[in-house]
Design a binder for this molecule. Structure first.
Ligand SMILES: Cc1cc2nc3c(=O)[nH]c(=O)nc-3n(C[C@H](O)[C@H](O)[C@H](O)COP(=O)(O)OP(=O)(O)OC[C@H]3O[C@@H](n4cnc5c(N)ncnc54)[C@H](O)[C@@H]3O)c2cc1C
Length: 409
């Protein structure tokens, strides 16, 4: 009898952890496991703000998939998922035709959400993956070097607008203002001429933290030169800057800028809606065991899933922490299904949240109510990053790729 085929789509936090957990929990003869990802590497999405600002080489954030998974147990296919034929148990790949499955785990991650804001898709850069952050770093450097080659200097080339004051935007701002002194020295530019502006529609940044921590974050970033435009909507993005204005007001202001980075929202991967899944902002409302209603052999996890928090009646935030815990749950549930046992409900254990404000600085809340700020929070952030690498690939991966210098870079 042929072995059941388990197919995992996406090698981010959710997909990688599902794969490694399945190889640990299942015997060689229990199932045939296949992982599909568009690149041959796995990257740390939660670190992407660093290479985007140029404070960390891209290669520190990524690792070859074959160096992490057990290739004797898992078939890895490097290809792009084009669509999922959920009624036929098939996945269509860009180069490799169709592939069959008995159990499917969809972990294809997020895309930037532009909310229909005019010109954003065409003119703004986004922190999405390795290639997009290389572009941000190089674009900023290109604008800096262009500046010197102009007869009539246009200072706006040195203005960087960051749209969105959530986690990604703030972490990027923190890295960026740390990089600027070095960048200005490298390109012989007066630091005073460089403007970094954050445009956030809500009255404040980082809604997941309390007032005290948010005020600390704003103070620290302002002291390094970030100008905050809070309660201000980014209404349009042009080739040479942005148009902003207050909500419910027709009055607008144009800010000329050489670089615009949009971090104001994400959505689930478009492959799901294009494959006929019912989605809200690209995410599938999954059941309490993370399966798609009506499709008992299909799990959706990570940023492609809306998982309800039974206590609040609202979906959990889509985070790496959630994606990783969901992966453990899915691996256990696939084992249950293979044995004909009932599945378990997914229960999220919130271990805390830490947002970086650049090298040596961060804010966070851990173990429910312990607040951290400054160096202690920055160290905690590195411990969290290292812990993930340890869970994924053991001590070897942590030593190879971890942030082992807790006090330095
Ligand atoms: C800058 C930044 C900082 C963050 N910081 C934190 C943090 O501190 N803590 C936290 O918990 N969360 C954080 N997040 C959120 C976190 O990164 C995401 O929630 C998490 O990455 C979701 O994991 P995932 O497995 O769903 O998707 P991802 O990790 O995004 O992985 C998706 C994978 O699918 C692949 N893929 C996509 N489309 C296709 C396709 N069509 N075919 C084949 N492969 C495909 C991608 O290449 C990728 O490997 C941060 C996010 C960003 C951008």
């Amino acid at each position: 009898m042929s072995k059941p085929r388990i197919l995992i789509l996406g090698a981010g936090y959710g997909g990688m952890m599902t794969t490694t957990q399945l190889t640990k929990r299942l015997g060689v003869n229990d199932a045939q496991i296949t992982l599909v990802n568009k690149h041959n590497y796995h990257y740390q999405t939660t670190w992407l703000h660093e290479p985007a600002a140029g404070t960390l080489p891209v290669d520190r954030t990524r690792m070859l998939i074959k160096d992490v998974i057990n290739t004797n147990r898992v078939e890895f296919i490097q290809d792009t998922v084009v669509s999922i034929k959920k009624d036929e148990n098939k996945v269509v790949l860009k180069n490799g035709g169709e592939i069959d499955y008995d159990y499917l785990v969809i972990a294809l991650g997020f895309e930037s959400e532009t909310f229909g804001i005019k010109g954003l898709k065409e003119n703004a850069l986004a922190i999405e993956d390795v290639n997009s952050v290389r572009l941000i770093r190089e674009h900023i450097e290109y604008q800096f070097s262009r500046y010197h080659n102009m007869e009539e200097k246009d200072d706006s080339l040195l203005t960087i607008v960051v749209g969105g004051g959530g986690f990604t935007g703030v972490e990027f701002l923190g890295e960026l203002v740390n990089r600027l002194p070095e960048l200005c020295r490298e390109y012989d530019i007066d630091r005073e001429k460089v403007r970094v502006i954050n445009v956030e529609g809500a009255p404040t940044i980082l809604p997941m933290f309390d007032k005290e921590l948010v005020e600390y974050a704003i103070r620290r970033l302002e002291s390094k030169g970030v100008e905050f435009r809070l309660g201000t909507l980014l209404k349009e993005c042009k080739e040479d800057g942005v148009v902003v204005g207050k909500p419910n007001s027709d009055e607008v202001e144009e800010i000329k800028a050489g670089t615009v980075v949009w971090t104001g929202g994400v959505r689930g991967n478009r492959v799901l809606e294009e494959s006929g899944f019912e989605v809200a902002r690209g995410r599938v409302n999954v059941g309490d065991d993370l399966r798609v209603p009506g499709y008992d052999n299909v799990f959706v996890i990570g940023d492609c899933a809306n998982v309800m928090n039974p206590e609040t009646g609202r979906p959990y935030p889509t985070t790496a922490q959630n994606a990783i815990q969901q992966a453990y749950s899915v691996a256990r549930n696939i084992k249950h299904l293979l044995r004909g046992e009932p599945t378990e409900k997914y229960v999220f254990h919130n271990k805390g949240t830490v947002a970086s404000l650049g090298h040596g600085d961060a804010i966070g809340v851990i173990f429910g109510n312990i607040k951290l700020k400054g160096m202690s929070a920055a160290i905690m952030k590195k411990i969290i990053d290292n812990r993930y690498l340890f869970l994924l690939g053991g001590i070897g991966l942590m030593l190879r790729k971890g942030k082992l210098n807790l006090f330095g870079k």
